[in-house]
Design a protein around this ligand. Structure first.
Ligand SMILES: [Zn+2]
Length: 396
């Protein structure tokens, strides 16, 4: 069961909380939150289920709203203007744009791999699309962060690919998919007519067959998948049933790599002046504490934002391309102590400090030396235990 509009209502409530609620608006705000919680419970009851059996995102939103302390709402500082009501926006033709671009990647993968000029030309085209979308948003008085549904996904993907390094990674992934496909051509005639789309979609992978053509749609989360995982994806496209291959796919979809890639594409706020101010915790203050205690105050301050895409077991992300630390809003709660937020901040700042290393031809995000440095956090064990308990609560 899905509850329509719940995520959108949640984003608006988050935005209002970040700006603070004026005293006069508190009763009305509280009533809205309570009514939303009540609606979810009623809908669940009507379907013979309970909120803790809702799909992940809806359940997390429900928990957040339910646990919100309405007597201790953040207050909007006096003299700060009332926020204009946040607008949401869905754009047309975004899915068509995504598919046309995915086709172009597939068709031109060899020349894109061989020629930096070809990659630059495509990068320029993507940058133009990003600028066009942003100007449509500006004209409508909306922020790209307020895009909804597939508009939001495709915009985040385009911004991701507008980066030179990410575009090269995308091309390299498609090359691995071609390499996995090549030896199967002798065995399955259909292999010659497989098209692979590596795109932002919620599902892991999907196969569609039109007459003698197969379209394999793969989540961009597989960007860093190795040859073995690509072989399993190609087998799926060719309908070779292989339990070991399916297990490999599920395992990769559960990996940090997969989650990190999807987080890289999450659209983030442009107007960032108050983006670090949460309902309970303040990321600016957290950064200042951690920088002083663990980096001698030497680390240049990255952008700090609360991440609206609630995640069950990932509480932070460092985005190198925009030098941004994102912290999950599920930590912005009275039940989460300050040192836990500082610990996640510390982890992400270690990513800023270290470059990603290659170990045996694989990207290694959390090397043993990274883990050792992570343990230098004074209350490491305590923080880890609290985060695990929180992850369990959100994913149980
Ligand atoms: Zn990490």
């Amino acid at each position: 069961m899905r509850i329509k509009g719940l995520l959108r209502a949640f984003r608006q409530i988050r935005q209002e909380l970040q700006r603070g609620i004026a005293a006069a608006d508190r009763p009305q705000f509280g009533a809205r939150v309570r009514s939303l919680v009540g609606t979810v419970e009623q809908l669940c009851a009507a379907h013979g289920t309970t909120p803790d059996r809702l799909p992940g995102p809806s359940r997390k939103v429900y928990l957040f709203l339910k646990e919100l302390d309405l007597d201790r709402l953040p207050v909007r500082p006096q003299g700060e203007p009332a926020p204009s009501s946040p607008r949401t926006l869905a754009l047309r033709n975004m899915v068509a744009l995504r598919d046309a671009l995915a086709d172009r990647f597939w068709r031109d993968v060899e020349s894109l791999a061989a020629s930096p000029e070809a990659r630059r030309a495509l990068q320029g085209y993507i940058q133009t699309q990003v600028a066009a979308i942003e100007s449509v948003c500006t004209d409508s008085g909306a922020n790209p962060e307020a895009l909804t549904g597939s508009s939001r996904e495709v915009y985040g993907w385009l911004r991701f690919l507008a980066d030179e390094e990410n575009l090269a990674l995308h091309v390299a992934a498609l090359e691995r998919s071609r390499a996995a496909l090549a030896p199967r051509r002798a065995l399955a005639p259909l292999a010659a007519s497989v098209t692979v789309h590596l795109v932002p979609v919620k599902l892991l992978c999907r196969r569609r067959r039109y007459r003698n053509e197969v379209l394999l749609t793969v989540s961009e989360g597989f960007l860093h998948a190795n040859a073995g995982v690509w072989e399993a994806l190609i087998d799926f496209a060719l309908q070779h049933r292989d339990p070991a291959g399916s297990a490999r796919l599920r395992q990769f979809a559960d990996s940090d790599e997969f989650a990190e890639t999807l987080l890289e594409m999450e659209p983030q706020a442009h107007s960032a002046a108050s983006a670090g101010r949460g309902c309970v915790h303040d990321l600016e203050a957290s950064f200042a504490r951690v920088n002083a205690s663990h980096f001698n105050g030497d680390l240049p301050k990255p952008r700090l934002v609360w991440n609206g895409a609630l995640t069950g077991r990932k509480f932070g992300h460092y985005r190198r391309t925009t030098d941004t630390v994102m912290i999950s809003v599920s930590l912005d709660a009275p039940a989460v102590p300050e040192f836990v937020v500082d610990y996640v901040m510390y982890h992400e700042l270690l990513h800023k400090k270290h470059r990603i290393q290659m170990v045996n031809g694989r990207r290694s995000i959390h090397t043993p030396s990274f883990r050792a440095e992570e343990r230098r956090f004074a209350r490491w064990a305590e923080a880890e235990a609290l985060l695990q308990a929180l992850a369990q609560k959100h994913s149980a």
